[in-house]
Design a binder for this molecule. Sequence first.
Ligand code: AMP
Ligand code: GLY
Length: 420
Amino acid sequence: MNVLVVGSGGREHALCWQLAASPLLGGLWCAPGNAGIENEATCVALDPMDFDGLAAFCRAQAIDLVVVGPEAPLCAGLVDRLEAEGIAAFGPRAAAARIEGSKGFMKDLCARHGVPTAAYKRIGSLAEAEAFIAELGAPLVVKADGLAAGKGVVLAETEAEALDAARAALGGAFGEAGVTLVIEEMLVGEEASYFALVDGETVLPLETAQDHKAVGEGDTGPNTGGMGAYSPAPAMTPALCEETRTGIVEPLVRGLAAEGSPYTGVFYAGLMLTADGPKLLEVNARFGDPECQVLMPRLKSDLLAALIAAHDGELKEFDLRWRDEAALCVVLATQGYPSAYEKGSAIRGIDAAEDLDDVTVFHAGTARTDVGVVAAGGRVLGVTALGADVAAAQSRAYEAVGRIDWPEGFCRGDIGWRAV
Ligand code: AMP
Ligand code: GLY
């Protein structure tokens, strides 16, 4: 089979790395890819939002399956467009991807199907915001409705802060994404994530994984896309996974199907583990990044076969096998991230890091130039190791990090601390 992966991050590198091992694979392409993905796939300079270009490429290369990594093309309808041309694509169609693309849609869906989530209201004006903030009382969470690259959420300790956040968002701080808002109650507890493959009907759980969103050690400082991840995640006990599947994910999947927007793809539920049980914070319509970088090294089954089964509605009979070993990924980012940072600094020692057993360096924001691999983004590398348990994977991953020579980069030194 000929496969095209869409995206250019560490998640897409991990997907390409796993797909490259499939006995079903013919050719593998990635649009646009990065300097590490080049080792697994042929990179093609097409933007994930260039639907015409992607469709034309698929026709020309006789692509049998497109695997869409990031949320923006999913929410904008890339799967719909490809399927309309008879090109099979893995990922939700736009109507189902609204579960990530519109927080208000997700909350209303929860309300219609009895799924536990924070009390909320969809807000379209400052007057409505004022009234609801007064009604609910602080602390509150103010969220832009649409995709805002993880920046559209303000945790407000006071009503005045909440009102300021609402005013800023409605005033255009998040562009179109913030034209409408969701204001909701602040939940207290530990955050956890749940991942599954969904084929429209059947929910096939993946192994557990947890990321670290904050830039600073001890999970402090501004949020990022994720500074590291580990799998398994001990916070997600088997009982909690079961409760999440039956009480949150399956009702939403059934609800979407009943409402005429069946969900196919990866279902990533962001949870708050509250005293009253798990409550849904958000849904992502794709693999997490860097959670994918710790799930893929643990997957023993053929990823390509699994994605095809999900696409074809055949997960019911499908089974996934996983390694017993744990995996841990340390993200190396450019100094300054998640604020402003420079591009173009040279990175050395990636091969030396990968000489260690059970270590894989997934590239996120890298490019290849005359001087070798250079940084081309905020999150740049995901140094990933397997080990007998999370502690062993952690020490192996940091040993590998120590072999990378990149003065302009930084990483957190405590990835996995909750699990170790
Ligand atoms: P979201 O994009 O909706 O997941 O929000 C981003 C982050 O904000 C989450 O990972 C949580 O850390 C936090 N957050 C979102 N909603 C709530 C809430 N209702 N209560 C407490 N924290 C929240
Ligand atoms: N690591 C968080 C995300 O992929 O959204």
